[in-house]
Design a protein around this ligand. Sequence first.
Ligand code: FE2
Length: 223
Amino acid sequence: MNGAAFLPAGRGQLPHRAREFLCSALFRLTTAYQARRPFARKTQPAFASGSRLSVSKLKMKTNIGLNDEARLEVGQMLNLILADESVLYATTRDYHWNVTGGNFRSLHLQFEEQYTQIAGWIDEVAERARSIGCGARGNWADLTKAARCSADPGIGLPAEHMLSELLALHEEMIVQLRTDSEACGATFKDAGTADFLTGLMERHEKAAWMLRAQLETEEEEAG
Ligand SMILES: [Fe+2]
């Protein structure tokens, strides 16, 4: 393809040199435009990092017998749980990948089973927030910033230390969920979320038991 294709020939319209110059310039401009990098434009993030969540930015009225203030407070509560669960999920998966030692296979499988369960719980927490008309924080940077818990990274960490870290995270969740569940019922009159959080707490209690029992075995073997 060359520049001549861009301007039709016409009788007496432009002198030949001027027409040639215009054709060439137009061709160069078009080629440069076509060669520009695709997807070069930055997109806006879904949520501004660190902002006080979008729970209050939803337009549809939620008429479920809870006042807006209670819904927003419970929404914030659920989003903090979502952030903590995400850290627990990522930590369990990290340990699944990096565990070593004599119990490698059983721990590798145990951690996989637990992070798969936690992934399902995360979805339920997010959907609980949406069910009461609040937003659900899904941006990873926002989640890690909001999380109240943390654990040691898995690379090079002894298996027993991994078990202790995960047990501590689950136990922190249990304590938090017990407090939040009580507040949902007593303070915010949100029986549905109180019930949901109690159920979630029970699942963490079972997961903590599985880890604690494994740790007891480790300690007995070490002693
Ligand atoms: Fe895996």
